[in-house]
Ligand binder design. Structure first.
Ligand SMILES: *Cc1c(COP(=O)(O)O)cnc(C)c1O
Length: 379
């Protein structure tokens, strides 16, 4: 007999209606004429690279931004034809592959520029490139003080089309904007230098979400947003956009309910001992699914109330205290990230329990946790 595979009682929920609403709010918030790149690296921060890219395209993104060639390849295989910028550095083999798939690369030194110029002959077309200026992140790009000769050389190569000049903020979302302003000044210096040389570029871009929210003086032609349309802020203090809502939730159903007697211990490492009779619920989800490996820290939502995590959670299970929540039943739904009734567990909460940033609360969910899409993507 054919029995359809049942869904696992633990899952990630992605609400496409909320994603669309966030893109609408972002469009209303954005000054006319300011273009945007939707950064969809790492499976659009765990939300599904193809699903998020389709919506981003419907809302008019100028570029999709990814980091690995695999990510870009997945987009092309899904029939997405939008311009794609590969962020970071490429191996020689990747440069060739990028050209066949019409992916735009960053060029941060002459070696890569010359390699792409050769490929331009092979592909019989000029190759568009973006140059990253390292203004203080010390990650990718040509150092701002050494950028002009590279940009001049590129502008003189007929095989290449200098389409973009970009930089990246090391700290754009905190109250102290002094280093961000230093970086902006360095970027402006380079832009002024190339303007004097009459080198023109279509896209000058510097802002990530933090920069978009708080540094309008750094908008230039385009901003690169990853977390913003997902409804999660990069920090506690950056500007808020009214109505923006997190797109991702994580849920699991209670698989066991058991009483604890005084003196009973819970979980690996014996980190919790019941001081009074308790009732606990076991959720079939653990650090093997991406939940932080906490001990006696944090809570989940059950019947609209917080149920504290007790003991150390396991790879595949975690125990929560439901003594003070009446009427809990087997296979009731627990929320590990997101809203239930009036209560919410935010990416910020999970980040605090893990000792990390909100980004990790989105990208942490592993592939064995199924994704459920709500308010589906239109065909
Ligand atoms: C990831 C990334 C972004 C997007 O950052 P958010 O804070 O998610 O908006 C923008 N630019 C570069 C270079 C990145 O690596």
């Amino acid at each position: 007999m054919d029995v359809t595979k049942p869904p696992r009682p633990a899952w990630v929920e992605i609400d496409i209606a909320k994603l669309r609403r966030n893109f609408e709010l972002f469009a209303a918030d954005r000054p006319a004429g300011l273009q945007f790149m939707s950064v969809v690296k790492d499976d659009a921060y765990g939300h599904g690279i193809v699903q998020v890219s389709r919506v981003a395209q419907q809302f008019g993104c100028a570029f999709l931004g990814v980091v690995t060639v695999d990510e870009a390849d997945e987009l092309r295989r899904s029939g997405i034809s939008a311009p794609i910028l590969l962020l970071g550095e490429r191996t020689d083999d990747e440069l060739d592959f990028a050209c066949t798939k019409n992916l735009t690369c960053c060029v941060n030194d002459l070696r890569v520029a010359e390699k792409l110029a050769q490929l331009s002959v092979k592909y019989a077309r000029p190759i568009p490139v973006h140059v990253e200026i390292d203004t203080g992140m010390s990650r990718y790009g040509v150092r701002w003080s050494e950028a002009l000769p590279l940009l001049q050389a590129l502008a003189d190569m007929p095989e290449l089309l200098l389409e973009g000049v970009m930089s990246h903020f090391a700290m754009s979302d905190e109250l102290d904007k002094s280093f961000a302003m230093t970086q902006l000044q360095r970027f402006n210096e380079v832009l002024n230098q190339i303007q004097e040389e009459r080198i023109s570029v279509k896209y000058r871009h510097m802002c990530n979400t933090g920069g978009y929210l708080d540094l309008p003086m750094a908008y230039f032609d385009m901003v690169r947003v990853g977390t913003l349309p997902l409804g999660v802020y990069p920090s506690r203090v950056c500007r808020r956009i009214a109505g923006l809502q997190p797109v991702m939730s994580v849920k699991a159903r209670i698989s066991t309910i058991r009483p604890l007697e005084v003196g009973d211990v819970v979980g690996y490492g014996m980190h919790y001992t019941a001081q009074t009779p308790r009732r606990i619920a076991v959720l079939p989800i653990g650090y093997g699914d991406g939940f932080p490996r906490v001990r006696n820290t944090g809570h989940v939502l059950i019947r609209g109330k917080g149920a504290p995590i007790v003991g150390g959670n396991a790879m595949d299970a975690m125990m929560v205290d439901i003594t003070d929540i009446p009427g809990v039943g087997l296979w009731d739904e627990a929320v590990l990230l997101g809203q239930q009734g009036e209560m919410e567990i935010t990416a910020r909460d999970l980040a605090d329990w893990r000792g990390s940033v909100t980004y990790e609360s989105m990208i942490c969910w592993r592939s064995r946790l199924p994704r459920k899409y709500l308010n589906g993507e239109p065909a």
